[in-house]
Design a protein around this ligand. Sequence first.
Ligand code: 5GP
Ligand code: ZN
Length: 114
Amino acid sequence: MSDCVFCGIVSGEIDADVVAEAEDWIAFRDLRPQAPVHVLVVPREHVPTLNDLSPDHDALVGRLVRAGASVAASEGIADEGWRLVVNCNAGAGQTVFHVHAHVLGGRPLGWPPG
Ligand code: 5GP
Ligand code: ZN
């Protein structure tokens, strides 16, 4: 998708502070962090929202979740507590329509979320 910022990061056209990557995902720091640790785990494939996932994506989704846990460990927040968040559609706060999971931590995280 030529007008998608995360596809731009995946292709290398847009700079990002990459912390980890694998064959089918990339993890980089959020431009406007909402916590001391705020990393986005992004599939290289352009899928707009969670609503667009198919059974073909099941293994990818599993790897994305485990990538989040791996990032939490490498960022040093695995034991204290961290959160994996996926916003789906505008009403839930999604602003970039390329599926991504936020890894958040490094401060107390309130519940329920806003
Ligand atoms: P959403 O609101 O869709 O769940 O999350 C999108 C996230 O992407 C936001 O937290 C926003 O700060 C981040 N973001 C938007 N554009 C860029 C960018 O160009 N680079 C990086 N690293 N993060 C971005
Ligand atoms: Zn995209």
